[in-house]
Ligand binder design. Structure first.
Ligand code: A3P
Length: 346
């Protein structure tokens, strides 16, 4: 078969799958999609460039609903990230820190297990775009009496529309080195490819990543949006790195807890509460829980796919020297001037 025929068939299949994926979108969203640049997607047939970032159609619908209806509260906490940067881990750590009076880390007086032993972190801290505002829902968030309300998101900083009245809102951004984020995304998204879409090879995926075409990419823009804000408003935005947290969890947890407004007391430090939280939320402990081996806490995603290797530097097993060079150059070009750097690329 000539290659042009193969391309046509693949495109045809993609279009059919996209029709299926986009069938239930609102007519307003469908209308918006028509005006947006479109590229081949990773998980879904297509990604669309919306407000400067590559998103799936359903994500765009959710962002539009969020932008129209979300009313921030002064005490809100938002955990932000680009996918595959340690979002699940950050949700677990923040939940454990914020709720430790109600849910002691070890076990409460009545022997109740900690919620993180029986629930996946995505059930405890909901995503704005995959849960609360998904499928054109408008959640009644004003009815949440508990403070702080804690949400998570992959929405880029500018699209959160929180400026200029951020007041005391706190955002924690977890950022991972782009080498590992790419490898983690490639494994993850190939597992989730919509039915009928063939796997994306490492080479193809790498090219898309370097072109910025990945969910919520370009990755450098996503990182810089939050990075620059963390420099301008350190009381509002805390920028943490996955890689640093893996290396020194204790000092990063102290930083996180103080920023969130739940600092550890000297007494707690003496009792080893920080180490207990680190252990409860560690990759090894979380991966082996039944709740994280079974079920789906985010629509269509098996919880077990959220826990792969949990290491820093796995990329050395996949990337060729020329790929390493190419990605290092991109990082240099896009990030160096901002002061955002990663230890991995030499
Ligand atoms: P790998 O694919 O490199 O293993 P996200 O939660 O943003 O989807 O990120 C997923 C990545 O974080 C995966 O990386 C996953 O294994 C890792 N991860 C999940 N839980 C973790 C934990 N408790 N500690 C450290 N890493 C974790």
């Amino acid at each position: 078969m000539p290659s042009s025929t193969i391309t046509t068939i693949t495109h045809f299949t993609r279009t059919q799958i996209a029709d299926e994926e986009e069938k239930h979108l609102s007519s307003e969203c469908k209308e918006v999609l028509l005006s947006l640049p479109k590229e081949r997607g990773w998980r879904t047939a297509f990604l669309y460039k919306f407000q400067g970032y590559w998103c799936q159609a359903k994500e765009i619908q959710a962002i539009m609903a969020f932008q129209k209806h979300f009313k921030a509260k002064d005490t809100d906490i938002i955990l932000a990230s680009i996918p595959k940067s340690g979002t699940t881990w950050m949700k677990a750590l923040s939940f454990a820190i914020i709720n430790r009076k109600n849910f002691p880390i070890i076990s409460d007086h009545h022997g109740h297990p900690h919620p993180l032993l029986t629930s996946n972190p995505h059930d405890l801290v909901p995503f704005l775009e995959y849960k609360l505002y998904a499928n054109n829902q408008i959640p009644e968030l004003s009815q949440i009496a508990d403070e702080p309300r804690v949400f998570a998101t992959h929405i880029p900083f500018a699209s959160l529309n929180l400026l200029p009245s951020m007041n005391n809102i706190k955002i924690v951004y977890i950022c991972r080195n782009p080498f590992d984020t790419f490898i983690s995304s490639w494994h993850f998204l190939n597992k989730l490819r919509s039915q009928g879409l063939p796997e994306i090879s490492l080479e193809e995926a790498f090219k898309m990543y370097c072109d910025g075409v990945i969910g919520f990419g370009p990755f450098w823009e996503h990182m810089l949006g939050y990075w620059n804000e963390s420099l301008k408003r350190p009381n509002n935005v805390l920028f943490l790195k996955y890689d640093d947290m893996k290396q020194d969890i204790v000092s990063n947890l102290k930083k996180l807890a103080s920023f969130l407004g739940f600092p550890f007391s000297p007494e707690e430090e003496k009792q080893g509460v920080i180490q207990d939280i680190a252990k409860l939320c560690s990759f090894e402990e979380m991966k082996k829980l039944d709740v994280n081996k079974n079920g789906k806490s985010i629509k269509d995603i098996e919880n077990k796919y959220l826990f792969r290797k949990g290491e820093v530097g796995d990329w050395v097993n996949y990337l060729s020297p020329s790929m390493v060079k190419q990605l290092s150059l991109i990082m240099e070009e896009k990030l160096d001037a901002s002061g955002l750097s990663f230890k991995v690329a030499s």
